[in-house]
Design a protein. Structure first.
Length: 762
């Protein structure tokens, strides 16, 4: 029986009995090679007009038998793969139509052609309709080499194969063709024929056309020898594909004429825009285009795979990242942690909306703020960098943003999504905001509701969750909003929408929250007033660019403050940390717990207070955390829970229900981890009691395996916890540490910890 296929030992395999490949070139030969490498047990035969190709295929061990006459090969085939050039398909199909009576009754037909509409049409002509046992397909893989001699068993590994089945396809045939390609290591996708041809015209056919055209144009110039002699790497990279098989490409351009012409029109329009920018010396337009392009590939990979920017940029392990931390170790030294995340987001946002050029120093090159940066590129803002924390933003003015080409993907960042919601509500264009799995679970009604009161038109998914769909061109009016929760993101969202609203936008906060938006707006010459718990601004003003110096993030510094606070003998100095009064809850709480903490070199930089923070070990005691400190330390609780686990007595936290809607439910995630370490605690709805164990001579708790739930701060908190553990702590799902603190592990090891990163490639 010719069975379809199910994974054997976890690897998909192909169970065809007799595979016939018609056309034994690179593509057909590589298919045979890949199947052989996968342990394929059936017979592989081939038919090719060249006897030499068949003989080589047999010599190379790729095929068992073969010949030049199709009639001799068809009988008994369970699957026939037509791997001939697109324009030769019709004659092959016509011969097959006559011969198929000799084939096995459940024979499946498929092909590998690069365009699908012409092949589907020719099947319909030959067979009367596309037969249900025919599944058209296209492996998106190739090489400029041709012929069976170039066959490569790895050609399809991790490459896409697009199948374009007709609606009435036989499901068993579809499953078997899928299995064929999966056995070769490919990822199999399905789409309809028209979509396939449009996508391929843009991503494959157009670039080949350009490469052929550029090489040919240069080759026809008088000084061609000189040109080719000095051709450097860039030319070679760009034109490599001009060495591809001319017949195949002639066929492709003939077959996919319409879709190719449309994509050529788009390309010519883009080229004309660049030409004009060069003619007019429009350097902003050139930078905007080049910057967008130079980051686009990377950005779209991130968006498609929902993976991280760092993984691509820095070759960090992608997919699952686990930290294995040895117990004990030291906490010594001077450190400078990366730039403040909240300020980094805002520096890009306000810089983009300002008139003039904004130079940012100390920008956090973490996933979250990079997502914001990329989003503005997508909206037509020229941004240079980041390079070692420096970013140059060519502001487009408050009304200068352009519609992005698609949804804006903000990854893991709640701040980006909520602040963008306000800013985009005021634009003339429609927009959509999406994020990763964790962000998709977080509440957005807290911004959508008040924005609607301002007149915005916003749709959320069920339960007020992302994605957010925002209608452009709606007139906003200022409101007075009495925030039900203490949230800097909600406040900032409304102030940003307020820039576009008629009249005054006022926000009252139930407790003070970080005021970077207000400070930075004032720094950009846009007046934000405050009286007591309420701040407000008038819509319709302008922002003027200025330099921004982003201090180190106190939220990142916290992990090392706690490291020193719990480790006997520790002495750590954290340089140039932002100590804005709305962020210093962690300093106040640790001090109340008895930590030995000093602020040195206090100064004000660009409207924000900074200091070096020195912290030396001193025994900690449990406290009732003052409720008014909760919003001022909102991101610091995972680390503070570890301080509590190392204090004498019980630390009680209340009024912290907001922790339940952060990147994870941080009360529960921390409680689960503490339970694994053996730390006594009691969870309540809005907080937790933690009973510390503070004997400096012995470890405070055990080790174990902890799930960070993809929450960066949970991962970092339990890493620091190892300083006082009796055994290894293994923390899973740590890739998101890169959202806020890409150099965390490096710095942890620098102070004397022993953190190993185990990455697993997907
Ligand atoms: C932030 C505000 C806080 C904080 C987040 C950053 C900001 O969120 O937890 O990490 O940059 O405005 P909430 O506004 O939800 O409290």
């Amino acid at each position: 029986m010719t069975a379809a296929v199910l994974p054997v030992n976890g690897m998909p395999s192909c169970h065809e009995q007799r595979l016939l490949i018609v056309g034994l070139g690179l593509i057909g030969g590589s298919l045979a090679a890949a199947l052989r490498a996968s342990g394929f047990k059936g017979v592989i035969t081939a038919c090719d007009p060249s006897e030499d190709e068949i003989a080589r295929g047999i010599d190379m061990g790729l095929i068992d038998t073969g010949g030049v006459a199709l009639a001799d090969q068809v009988a008994g085939a369970s699957m026939i793969v037509i791997a001939v050039p697109v324009l030769a398909m019709e004659s092959v199909m016509a011969s097959l139509a006559d011969l198929l009576t000799h084939a096995a009754s459940n024979v499946v037909l498929t092909d590998v052609g690069s365009t699908k509409a012409t092949i589907r049409d020719c099947a319909a002509r030959v067979f009367g309709r596309v037969p249900p046992n025919m599944v058209l397909g296209h492996p998106i893989a190739g090489s400029e080499k041709s012929g069976v001699a170039a066959a490569n068993p790895a050609l399809y590994v991790h490459h896409n194969v697009i199948l374009t089945p007709e609606p009435d396809v036989d499901p068993d045939a579809l499953m078997r063709v899928r299995a064929l390609w999966q056995a070769c290591g490919a990822c199999v996708l399905e789409m309809d024929v028209e979509r396939h041809d449009q996508v391929l015209a843009r991503t494959s056919h157009l670039p080949h056309l350009l490469a052929f055209s550029l090489v040919d144009t240069l080759a026809r110039q008088d000084e061609r020898l000189e040109i080719f002699r000095y051709a450097a790497g860039g030319f070679r990279d760009f034109t490599r594909i001009a060495g591809s098989d001319p017949v195949m490409w002639r066929d492709i351009f003939t077959a996919n004429r319409e879709a190719v012409l449309t994509s050529l029109d788009d390309f010519e329009a883009g080229l004309a825009r660049l030409r004009q920018a060069i003619e007019q010396g429009d350097s902003d337009a050139l930078i905007a285009t080049f910057d967008r392009a130079s980051h686009a590939r990377h950005y779209f990979d991130t968006l498609l795979n929902k993976t991280s920017y760092q993984a691509e940029y820095n070759m960090q392990p992608q997919g699952k990242v686990t930290y294995r931390v040895r117990p004990g170790g030291q906490a010594q030294g001077r450190l400078r942690v990366p730039g403040d995340k909240s300020m980094s987001h805002r520096s890009i946002m306000l810089g983009a909306l300002a008139e003039g050029v904004t130079e940012v120093k100390g920008f956090l090159e973490g996933e979250d703020s990079l997502a914001t940066l990329q989003a503005f590129r997508e909206m037509g803002v020229a941004i240079e960098g980041p390079h070692q924390g420096r970013v140059t933003i060519h502001g487009v003015g408050i009304k200068g943003l352009k519609a992005p080409a698609g949804p804006i993907y903000v990854g893991n960042s709640g701040t980006a999504m909520r602040l963008f919601a306000g800013l985009l509500a005021g634009q003339a264009f429609d927009s959509e905001l999406t994020g990763d799995e964790s962000l998709t679970k977080r509440p957005m009604a807290r911004v959508a509701d008040p924005l609607r009161l301002m007149g915005a038109s916003i749709e959320t998914a069920e339960g007020g969750r992302p994605p957010l769909k925002i209608k452009g061109g709606t007139a906003l009016k200022g409101i007075f909003y009495d925030m039900p929760m203490a949230s800097a993101q909600v406040k900032s969202c409304l102030l940003l929408a307020g820039l576009y609203a008629e009249g005054e936008t006022r926000v009252r906060e139930p407790a003070p929250t970080r005021d970077h938006t207000e400070r930075m707006l004032n720094g950009f010459g846009y007046s934000v007033s405050r009286e007591g718990d309420t701040c407000w601004l008038q819509g319709g003003g302008t922002l003027s660019a200025g330099p921004i110096d982003v201090p180190s993030d106190i939220s990142s510094a916290t992990f090392f403050m706690v490291a020193a606070a719990i480790t006997p003998g520790a002495d750590i100095t954290l340089e140039h940390v932002g100590i804005n009064p709305t962020r210093v809850g962690v300093i106040n709480i640790l001090t109340l717990m008895g930590a030995n903490l000093e602020l040195l070199n206090q100064a004000e930089v660009g409207g924000e207070p900074v200091a070096d923070i020195r912290i030396r070990y001193a025994p900690l005691k449990g406290i009732d955390i003052p409720v008014d400190q909760v919003p001022l330390a909102i991101d610091e609780f995972p680390a503070l829970f570890i301080a509590a686990a190392n204090a004498q007595g019980t630390t009680r936290l209340r009024g912290a229900e907001e922790l339940r809607v952060k990147e994870s439910d941080r009360i529960q995630a921390m409680a689960d981890g503490l339970a694994i370490l053996g730390v006594e605690h009691t969870v309540v709805e809005d907080g937790i009691d933690i009973l510390g164990n503070a004997d400096a001579q012995v470890p405070s708790y055990g080790g174990g395996r902890i799930d960070s739930l993809g929450d960066h701060r949970i991962a970092m908190a339990f890493t620091i916890a190892s300083l006082r553990a009796s055994d290894d702590i293994i923390i899973d799902d740590c890739a998101n540490v890169a959202t806020s603190f890409p150099s965390f592990v490096e710095l942890a090891n620098k102070i004397g910890m022993r953190v190993n990163v185990e990455g697993q490639h997907d």
